[in-house]
Design a protein around this ligand. Sequence first.
Ligand SMILES: [Zn+2]
Length: 63
Amino acid sequence: MVACPNCRSKDVGKIGINQYYCWNCYIELTISKGIIYTHQVEEDGSLSSLDDLFSEEERRFNA
Ligand SMILES: [Zn+2]
């Protein structure tokens, strides 16, 4: 079960292979090698990384 590192919500939907979307705070999550990478979708459709906001501890994915 994936929990959003940003809002801790478990309202996270799968949108692709290792890709998830948080319906609570509207960020995209990508899981690679046990680490969650976070991206915000900007108004123009580009993605900006939010990874700086979280420690590696917070971004670790515990399957
Ligand atoms: Zn969230």
